[in-house]
Design a protein around this ligand. Structure first.
Ligand code: ATP
Ligand code: MG
Length: 479
């Protein structure tokens, strides 16, 4: 290992090799076949940061067909959906590996299709990567591991800064998606973006429009699912990328004039997103649906805003308009129809609770709330609670308490409904046949008796129920 790596780096690389014995075994297989193999990009970066996951990316001088052959002998599962771009993927145990042939990937101007050229040197491959912290490699087929870092990625990693290996403007004209990736990594890693990179993003933002919606969506999802999405969203808005990929968000920056006072909807939305994330434990962990709904819940406001004479402002039916805009935007970004449906349902329901007042809803209004939320009830609880950003603590506490009372009522009603679904073990027809009686109050009494028995003991089964019914009938006849 080169000493330039420094003690911390060496320690990280050693721990990586220990934690990823599969990497060594794969390297062995490539070496035997006469090829080179290096761990590259994300896993090298993440190992040094101490956040290595189960995905390992490699780069090799082997051409894709040769890679596929080697992987087929090594892994349990091999797939080559990315083979046109030089990537073959495989799974062994719970580790997924992606092996990509060294490449020099150039985009034709204004084309969505990357033109792939394979290269012969790892340095060339690294120079085409997005950021210096993603352009480090660990060569594994030459005796001892060799750390390769031609662009000082380790230094930038230590300083938590995103820089491009070559000039930012060249890099972004090769692949404008890298601008989205800058915002995504800034969010995910909590890194700064170098000033020249930010400048290039500002001047080249419009170039993002040549990128397919699917690639943009994938980066947006990663950004949104990161620990601190505010960082990335703010950056997308500030450099002008959001205006193209998610224009509803910058539009939330409504001018606030002193006569028609209202809260800053943009800032409010970011806070609601953060508050929803804080409540995600209720949904079992990080959840894309709630994050999208929180971010988008007020996008109907700019369109529905009307200034009230003499002061004040209203946003009539903004949840309805918002639900529609949400559908349109998520569709344009090629989200699944299930995601579109769920997020837009939440957006259009986010205001419903405001009609609850101090708890004036009838039971049937509560039931309708539950029915309309359907499988998204818990999401709606989280969204509605997160949607309170007042700094007035007394107001906030009061609202939380009122919402709690709604949740409590829902619980009671659901329990009652469960109970009301319970039926005796025998039905009226069976009772009449067994007792040999015509429809009469005796049948009702028998069913009441059976229901009591059922509530007391749980399900009895037909045979026991018959026995108990006959015993009851006999004692009743005596009295
Ligand atoms: P993660 O997988 O955790 O999201 P990652 O860094 O592995 O992060 P990937 O999208 O999996 O990101 O890409 C793998 C590697 O490929 C990156 O680390 C980077 O070196 C390179 N890379 C990916 N996309 C691009 C791109 N658009 N332009 C240049 N290099 C890229
Ligand atoms: Mg990866």
């Amino acid at each position: 290992m080169t000493s330039a790596l420094g003690a911390a780096g060496e320690l990280a690389i050693r721990s990586l090799i220990e934690r990823a014995p599969l990497a060594s075994s794969l390297a062995e297989a490539f070496k035997k076949a006469g090829y080179r193999l290096a761990l590259v990009g994300g896993p090298v970066r993440d190992a040094i940061l101490g956040r290595l996951g189960n995905d390992l990316d490699f780069t090799t001088d082997a051409r894709p067909e040769a890679t596929k052959k080697i992987l087929k002998n090594w892994a349990e599962n091999v797939w080559d959906t990315g083979i046109a771009f030089g990537t073959v993927a495989a799974k062994r145990g719970d580790t997924t590996v992606e092996v990509t042939t060294y490449r020099t990937e150039v985009y034709e101007i204004d084309s969505r299709k990357p033109e792939v050229e394979f290269g012969d040197h790892i340095e060339g491959d690294l120079s085409r990567r997005d950021f210096t912290v993603n352009a480090m490699a660990l060569e594994l087929t030459q005796g001892t591991p060799i750390f390769i870092d031609p662009f000082n990625g380790l230094h930038d990693l230590a300083n938590k800064i995103l820089r491009t290996p070559t000039s930012a403007t060249n890099s972004f004209s090769d692949d404008p998606l890298r601008m989205m990736r800058a915002a995504r990594f800034a969010s995910q890693l909590n890194f700064e973006v170098a000033p020249d990179v930010v400048e290039a993003m500002k001047s080249m933002a419009s170039r993002i429009s040549i990128i397919s919606a699917e690639r943009v969506r994938d980066e947006l999802v990663k950004l949104l699912m990161s620990q601190n999405p505010r960082v990335g969203i703010t950056m997308l808005v500030d450099v002008g990328l959001a205006e193209i990929v998610l224009p509803e968000i910058p539009k939330l920056q409504l001018e606030i004039d002193e006569h028609h006072h209202h809260k800053d909807v943009y800032e409010h939305s970011l806070t609601v997103l953060e508050q929803a994330i804080a409540l995600e434990g209720r949904l079992g962990g990080p959840n894309l649906i709630i994050r999208l709904a929180a971010l988008l819940h007020d996008i109907g406001k700019p369109k529905t805003r009307s200034l009230i004479a003499g002061g004040g402002v209203s946003f009539h039916h903004h949840e309805v308009v918002g639900g529609r805009l949400t559908k349109e935007r998520l569709k344009a970004l090629r989200f699944s129809s299930e995601t579109i449906e769920e997020v837009s349902t939440l957006v259009s329901l986010h205001l419903r609770f405001h009609g609850y007042g101090e708890g004036e809803w009838t039971d049937s209004a509560v039931r309708r709330y539950v029915r309309d939320a359907g499988s998204l009830l818990e999401h709606l609880h989280v969204l509605t609670r997160a949607d309170c950003t007042t700094r007035n603590k007394r107001k906030a506490d009061a609202l939380a308490a009122t919402y709690q009372s709604l949740e409590d009522r829902i619980k009671v009603l659901m329990e009652q409904e469960e109970l009301s679904k319970i039926r005796p073990d025998l039905d009226g027809g069976q009772v009449m046949r067994l007792l040999n009686v015509k429809p009469s109050s005796a049948v009702g009494d028998a069913l009441d008796f059976l229901l009591e028995l059922r509530l007391e003991n749980g399900p009895l089964g037909a045979e026991r129920a018959e026995e108990e019914l006959m015993k009851w009938w006999a004692t009743r006849a005596k009295n």
